[in-house]
Design a protein around this ligand. Structure first.
Ligand code: HSE
Length: 438
């Protein structure tokens, strides 16, 4: 069948969850897309080594192939959509597509966060677009928001719940009191976790996504390695319960905020007041809270993973780039480049100032609290409130404190000293608190 003259032709590499979602939308919404764009999008090929598995969609004959090179070298294909994940050979495929003058759409946050600089430079050199809406927060159009909708703003802060798996785990632990490992198993069974769940629970997936957002929002080069990253594996039901007694939720938060001449960029379990808008974001949902100078606060909420939500973001990039090819070729390049325009540098974790939750295990003996608070005072750390639970002879009991703002370095040093006291047993747990001094 001859291809329609004005069509834009697409080749997808990777027929997994997101590949299947993208194909379903392209095929099922073909007429709607054509009506809205003014020309058809033609899914010419999908390449995957597994050509047998049922993905719940019947492709036209000849579309599914096993060799990605057929797509990369096909002069008729305008847009290559990389949905295979991983670093290699995804990177080589993308670079080859770019060299062959093809526009690229990818959902591969790990690849962009670690190798993005090279990929964007190659795209700039070859005058092609890279679409990556699906790489951060799935269905939420946050790349478009940060790059386009907020162009007239200076972004002051971003607070994101951008890993559905860890949010699901923390929600389960909070609402049902289940332990960490059974909540993780459920998240994996639901298909939200990365192939290697370490990426989800150790905050690495969130750090990949935050690397991309920070670069767009603050104009700093991709800095994945400079992002302080701490996961949720050490969060216990006990801390969740104490947090709740103080009126807080524990969330794995991606934080980026302007702080003087620096930008703080960090991923860690964070206590947020129950009243904070994203404290109520539960289950696998993602949310991004942004404060900008012209708009004030804004909240973006939606599904951050899954076949159809992520497929929706991929299709929006395809449509956007296809529109560029057919209608507005001249302004393509500006959108390709990640701007690096600022002198901001990333603040070291030692220098951040925040409030803290501390849980000591202390023997209930006269003078213990004054020794603990004395050391905190030495390091300029002021206590806001405190709970002590129970009293047992010869057994350490939890003593929980909330502090006012303190410097991370001071806190780490103070806790090192406190943990050496004979009346304190084990390592003190500390969590950073955001959402303002109350
Ligand atoms: N593993 C990711 C998550 C999938 O749990 O959010 C989407 O990036």
């Amino acid at each position: 069948m001859p291809l329609k003259k004005q069509s834009v032709r697409i080749g997808i590499i990777g027929f997994g969850t997101v590949g299947a979602g993208t194909a379903k939308i392209l095929l099922r919404k073909g007429r709607q897309l054509e009506r809205k764009l003014g020309f058809p999008l033609v899914l010419k090929n999908i390449a995957d080594l597994d050509t047998k598995r049922d993905r719940g969609i019947k492709l036209p004959a000849g579309v599914l192939i096993s060799n990605a090179n057929t797509i990369l070298n096909d002069p008729e294909i305008d847009i290559v959509v990389e949905l295979m994940g991983g670093i290699h050979p995804a990177k080589e495929f993308i670079l080859q597509a770019i060299r062959n003058g093809k526009h690229v759409v990818t959902a591969n946050k790990a690849l962009l966060a670690t190798e993005g600089q090279e990929i964007f430079k190659a795209a700039e050199k070859n005058n092609v677009d890279i679409g990556f809406e699906a790489s951060v927060a799935g269905s939420i159009p946050i790349i478009k928001v940060v790059r386009e909708s907020l162009i007239g703003n200076s972004i002051q802060s971003i607070y994101g719940i951008i890993n559905g798996t860890s949010n699901y785990i923390l929600t389960k632990m909070t609402e049902e009191g289940v332990d960490f490992s059974s909540a993780l198993k459920e998240a994996q069974a639901l298909g939200y976790a990365e192939a290697d769940p370490t990426f989800d629970i150790e905050g690495i997936d969130s750090a990949h996504k935050l690397t991309i957002l920070v670069s767009l929002a603050f104009g700093v080069p991709f800095s994945f390695k400079k992002i302080y990253t701490e996961g949720i594996t050490k969060i216990t039901p006990l801390d969740i319960q104490f947090a709740s007694e103080f009126g807080y939720k524990i969330k794995l938060l991606a934080i980026a905020k302007q702080s003087g001449k620096d930008v703080e960029v960090r991923i860690h379990p964070t206590m947020l007041p129950d009243s904070h808008m994203i404290a109520g974001v539960n289950g696998v949902f993602n949310a991004i809270y942004i404060e900008s100078d012209a708009t004030g606060p804004q909240l973006y909420y939606g599904r951050g993973a899954g076949e159809m939500p992520t497929g929706s973001a991929v299709v929006s990039d395809i449509a956007d780039i296809a529109g560029g090819i057919r209608n507005r070729a001249a302004d393509r390049v500006q959108k390709t480049i990640i701007p690096e325009h600022s002198d901001l540098s990333i603040k070291k974790i030692d220098d951040i100032q925040t409030c803290y939750y501390l849980r000591f295990s202390a023997f209930d003996k006269p003078g213990v609290l004054s020794r603990i608070s004395g050391i905190l005072g030495e390091y300029n750390i002021s206590i806001k409130s405190m709970i002590q639970k129970g009293r047992q002879a010869d057994k350490a009991v939890p003593v929980v404190m909330m502090t006012h703002e303190a410097r991370e370095k001071d806190m780490v040093q103070a806790l090192r000293k406190i943990d050496r006291l004979s009346a304190v047993s084990g390592k003190t747990v500390y969590l950073r608190v955001e959402g303002g001094e109350s």
